[in-house]
Design a protein around this ligand. Structure first.
Ligand SMILES: [Zn+2]
Length: 133
């Protein structure tokens, strides 16, 4: 564990969101949140925070895909209306752009959503009174 506890003690929404965007542990900001490109690590190697409850599901992909799709479709329509380029030029323009606009922000978006889950203590719903039905 790091000696500087002042940074670790900052559990504000802003601090945790920045740590998530950077792919760092939402609690301490030192350990990595990810064990691969999008695979969440089992726990923080610095503070030991368990990441097993972190489940952003399709949330990051939905937000990234919606934003990128809107931008690229509008741009393609504007270019088509103004310049009527051949289809191969459309492919040359929009395929790399859509790949960049979806793959690059996906990891920070996932880190952000996981950090927000930890900040707001999001968990699966439980029945009051324990496990009894
Ligand atoms: Zn940590």
């Amino acid at each position: 564990m790091a000696d500087d506890n002042s940074a670790q003690d900052d559990q504000s929404l802003r601090a945790m969101a920045w740590r998530g965007l950077a792919g760092r542990c939402p609690r301490c900001g030192q350990g990595s949140l990810f064990a691969g490109f999008l695979k969440v690590a089992p726990r923080c190697e610095n503070c030991g925070r368990d990441f097993s409850a972190a489940d952003s599901a399709d949330g990051p992909a939905f937000f990234v895909m919606s934003f990128a799709g809107f931008v690229v479709v509008v741009a393609a329509l504007v270019v088509e209306i103004l310049f009527q380029p051949p289809y191969w030029l459309h492919a040359l323009l929009w395929i790399p752009l859509i790949l960049a606009m979806t793959l690059l922000p996906l990891r920070p978006a996932k880190g952000l959503l996981i950090a927000l889950q930890f900040h707001h203590k999001a968990a699966e719903g439980r029945l009051a009174g324990g496990d009894r039905p």
